[in-house]
Design a protein around this ligand. Sequence first.
Ligand code: AHR
Length: 498
Amino acid sequence: DEESPSIIVHPDHKVAKINDNIYGGFTEHMGRCIYGGIYDPGNPLSDEIGFRKDVIDAMKDLNVPVVRYPGGNFVATYHWLDGVGPRENRPKRPELAWLGLEPNTFGTDEFMKWCEVVGTEPYLCLNFGTGTLDEALAWLEYCNSAQDTYYANLRRKNGREEPYNVKYWALGNECWGPWQVAQLTKEDYAKKAYQWAKSLKLLDPSIVLILCGETGYSSWDYYVLKECVTWSVHGLGGDRTKSLIDMHSIHIYTADKEHMANATAPRGAERAIQMASALIDLARIENGVPETVPRQTICFDEWNVWDPIRAPGELGAEEKYTLSDAIAVSVFLNGFIRQAKDLGMANIAQSVNVISPLITTKDGIVKQTIWWPLLLFSKYMRGHSIAVNVRAPEYTGRTNPAWIRATIETPYLDVSASISDDGYVSLAVANLSEEKAFDVKVEGVKKGEVKVYMVDGENVDVANTADEQKVGIKESSWDGVGKFRFGKHSFTLLRWKA
Ligand code: AHR
């Protein structure tokens, strides 16, 4: 009937290319992310370098394309030179972001090696706190230069002949935050970012530079974009085929104690992408940036469900995830697919132990609830996003933040769809309702063999532990005939050959 829920998939209507980098990771020197997470020398589960093999396998399963490093807030007092060369000469330093002690036994070369083993690309964040432009240039030279110069030779001396060719570089992290060791005003930041961008691109014009934004919809975002979105400033009159900065970074963590507010919160993150992308357009218009300059994309380089108050462990960082959070994560990811046109990269914060789908113990790894939708998206939601129409009852209760429902719909069924390069259609459906299953007519589905991958559980509070995995993926198939039942509080991915 007219009112019953329906989904219409349009495999022939491609909306935008999905950038593989939206499945990026993030490893910060924070809590047990590096030490005891990806790096755990002496543990029988580690290789001869000290890399945890179970973590590497998980990263490979997830097919993580890019990993951000070394922070986060940590980077604001990080001097990269402390972390290279013979270990016995590396200084221990007080660490001011998380008030710990940084041993520097894991640094640039270890991270690069780890990326190589995992098969992922490094993305480095520069120290905009206590760091200098000289240091940043030296780091870029160390990583990327093939010339006979001091820092390139230092890299060779440390055992690496070929440049690492690190493509992605961020101009600081959350420089607006009152928690920063050296917080900046938007005016000071924009001036500094512009200068650094100019110099860094002189040294290596091939890099992708990421500007430090806030939520995507603040006056900080508007101001720094307005000051820095321009064409390359190199050469007389500049080069109007290249941009000075290439991406704009935003960060959003969501959480709520009540399930529906928790599960709908990531719709605010989707709205943030739309708003940030409008600010990019506005800056380009106001600055008269010609179309020949590639349009800046959004780098959502920290996202996840995180409530530091409820998270146990050191620094309130070892968040324990429930089924409700897994549904929230699938809503985040659906939003990324729907906004694929504007999203150049996204990095779940973080990859291991700290606010993470993966928790290491000394003798194994726990895959938390949020791991499973992330795995399904990363495996199947690649290629192009495609058009999809959804009719589903609208949630009208409280949302967090409160403004979500005024600006973007919050139906109980949250949906996105994609088509892979080899012609497989994937339909991702989160049923947010705690009470109701929905029987849905799916138009555009191919009758015959539809693969079904389902993530659900007894109730929205269930979680996985080292002893028991209550939430995982259930596989089955459907003939595509009649209605499909999306169970209450579940995430389902349907997949068929177009
Ligand atoms: O990911 C944890 C922290 O959250 C990061 O260090 C910081 O950038 C953000 O505030």
